[in-house]
Design a protein around this ligand. Structure first.
Ligand code: ZN
Length: 246
């Protein structure tokens, strides 16, 4: 927190060296990131609302530099959107469009799995299994942002086994749009970590080249995530529009 020093105090204090200043700047980006992330998770910004950087900087008693650095990170993590030359905006997504995106995701992943059973070589399978094992390591570290990205990577790797580039591109685009919900779902519902077992079962079905069984597992896995994502969207939006506590 910025504290204004008296002239005498400032004169007596030696100036921090560059390394120390950089360290403090990093701390403040970290802190600002955590605060703005919580605001976004709690839907404190109206969907589609422009995020006022100057106002946030004033509220948090920091300059605009750490606010912008934090917003850039939040954009990368899928919490806010950026419009070139205009700035940062709160995500604007209705519960219905969340449900539709998850339905589309399930359709693409199921179809890709069926093709993967026919087309993936044993070597390809090993690559996908490696992606899943990375997911397990991260679960132990407990970093939700990284777990969410690893989950996304696992599903991308699985879809890539279909050897259908268009399916891969479609899932990539869907993944970016649901990244926010994937992340929130993991953070607010840690018991979803049983999805690691679901991933293991999907891999086993792939090893058996069981297209029907595997597609069913994928459908169930995505439907569970979807239900929670829709709930998050509904609750968050309800709070904004009706002032209801979740
Ligand atoms: Zn998953």
């Amino acid at each position: 927190m910025a504290r204004r020093k008296s002239d005498r105090e400032a004169n007596e204090t030696t100036e921090p060296d560059a390394g120390e200043r950089r360290g403090r700047a990093a701390d403040s980006v970290e802190r600002v990131y955590a605060i703005i992330k919580d605001l976004a998770i709690e839907y404190q910004f109206r969907p589609g609302q422009k995020i006022n950087e100057a106002e946030l900087a004033a509220q948090l008693s920091v300059s605009r530099t750490p606010v912008r650095a934090a917003l850039n990170r939040l954009e990368r993590d899928g919490f806010v959107l950026t419009v070139p030359n205009k700035g940062f905006y709160a995500r604007d997504i209705s519960p219905d469009s969340v449900r539709e995106l998850y339905e589309l995701r399930a359709a693409v992943e199921r179809a890709a799995f069926v093709l993967a059973c026919q087309r993936a070589s044993d070597g390809d399978l090993e690559t996908t299994i490696a992606a899943w094992e990375r997911h397990n390591d991260l679960a132990e570290e407990g970093s939700w942002a990284n777990i969410a990205l690893a989950d996304e990577a696992f599903h991308m790797a699985l879809t890539r086994l279909s050897k259908n580039t268009q399916m891969e591109l479609a899932l990539e685009s869907i993944s970016l749009r649901i990244r926010f919900f994937r992340r929130i779902a993991l953070e607010t519902l840690p018991q979803r970590s049983k999805s690691y077992q679901e991933h293991a079962d999907i891999i086993e079905a792939l090893r058996r080249r069981d297209a029907v069984g595997g597609a069913r597992l994928i459908e169930q896995h995505i439907t569970l995530s979807s239900a929670h994502a829709v709930e998050v969207a509904t609750r968050g939006l309800a709070r904004i529009f009706f002032g209801t506590a979740a």
